[in-house]
Write a protein that binds this ligand. Structure first.
Ligand SMILES: *Cc1c(COP(=O)(O)O)cnc(C)c1O
Length: 383
């Protein structure tokens, strides 16, 4: 069986280092805000290239804290993609603001920048571009629109740690960058974690305050905050893994390149393309089943057959956010965002992790070819 992601292979490579570092933290007794948290915060901030970095308990909290620090709340609108993980929109709702969705570009799965202007109203306060699957959004035109309309830009970098736009790391391009250290992200801990990057000292100060129960001085509370710290144990592990991040991202790029070669002549699928303006870090290798219909049965059938043949493929994401039950009250309906809806019915993510070797990729590619041929035959028999 080939899993979509295998964290155990990577752990073996760093097991000795991690065990030593974790044992040190455990022996130190400084489990919250220990010195390693500061060390990792500085190292991660340096890797993104911003003046400030605030670590927290998850990527979701990172986005939430960014919105709170920007004073976004009831009556405000925040523009984002309907084709992303729920957390991106959930935090907009959590601060009391309203998510406003803009369709995606089917070729990149990222927000269609040409459609953003039409979604801007006097209530718009910010845009959250999502660098989905590790592929950077083309930030130049997006930043232009944002500055023309005085909107804040909060980059959702959860799936794109290490990705670049015009040579600059994501998370350093907008006003705030939000990262997740969920185990399956490019830089993943052994539990939850997140970080926020910014060049704005006031935002960094406010986010740090909000992260600590709205407190700058212990037991003096200036605002209603949350408890969102990064555990010392996680910081120690992430500090080690950060040193391998570039290497692992390069290995992911090599995996993507091998898939592109193995699958280049396969009909009926559309392979993901690397951007021309930057580097993707391939959190996912997500292709499209070109002819999949509205309900996505063909795609689901292909996923099922792959599973039976021992290759686990994933569907990120089967339901776009504007059609989620939780967002019924926003009043969107099927057909509002045709590209996002097409993506939801067509996408299939092949196994992707740095340690995936050529031999297993050949098995995956051959299995996919076989399954596509079978499913194609079946469809032909029916007509
Ligand atoms: C994972 C993810 C998040 C949330 O990160 P957590 O650390 O799981 O809270 C937000 N946005 C996107 C696009 C993600 O993939």
């Amino acid at each position: 069986m080939i899993p979509p992601v295998d964290l155990t292979e990577q752990f073996k490579l760093i097991q000795a280092e991690v065990n030593t570092a974790v044992a040190e933290v455990l022996a130190s007794g400084q489990y919250i805000n220990g010195p390693i948290v500061k060390t990792f915060t500085e190292a991660f901030g340096r890797s993104v290239g911003t003046d400030h970095c605030v670590v927290c308990n998850s990527g979701t909290d990172a986005l939430y804290l960014a919105l709170r620090a920007l004073n976004i709340g009831p009556g405000d609108e925040v523009i984002t993609s309907p084709f992303t993980f729920i957390a991106t929109a959930e935090v907009i709702s959590a601060v009391g603001a309203t998510p406003v969705f803009v369709d995606i570009d089917l070729d990149t799965f990222n927000i269609d920048i040409t459609q953003i202007a039409a979604a801007i109203t006097p209530r718009s306060r910010a845009i959250i571009p999502v660098h989905l699957f590790g592929r950077p959004v083309d930030m130049g035109p997006l930043l232009d629109i944002a500055s023309r309309h005085q909107l804040a830009v909060i980059e959702d970098c959860a799936q794109a740690t290490g990705a670049t736009w015009q040579g600059k790391p994501v998370g350093s391009l907008g006003h705030v960058g939000c990262f997740s250290f969920f185990p399956t992200k490019n830089l993943g801990g052994c539990g939850d974690g997140g970080a926020i990057t910014t060049n704005d000292p006031n935002l960094a100060d406010t986010m740090t305050m909000l992260r600590e129960h709205g407190s700058r001085v212990r037991y003096h509370h200036a605002a209603i905050g949350i408890n969102s710290r990064l555990d010392s144990v996680q910081a120690a592990i992430l500090d080690i893994k950060l040193r391998y991040l570039d290497q692992w991202n390069q290995q992911r790029a090599a995996v993507a390149q091998r898939y592109a070669t193995l699958l280049s002549d396969v009909e009926g699928i559309v392979l993901p393309q690397a951007p021309t303006f930057g580097q993707s870090v391939w959190n996912q290798y997500t292709l499209r089943i070109a002819g999949a219909t509205a309900e996505g049965q063909e795609r689901n059938q292909i996923q099922q057959r792959m599973r039976e043949a021992g290759v686990i493929c994933m569907v990120y994401y089967p339901i776009p956010l504007h059609l989620q039950e939780v967002y019924q009250s926003l009043g969107y309906k099927p057909g509002d965002f045709p590209q996002a809806e097409a993506a939801a019915h067509q996408v299939l993510s092949l196994p992707m992790f740095p340690e995936l070797d050529a031999a297993r990729q050949e098995v995956i590619a051959n299995t996919l070819k076989q399954v596509l041929a079978e499913v194609g035959l079946k469809a032909a028999q029916y007509c």
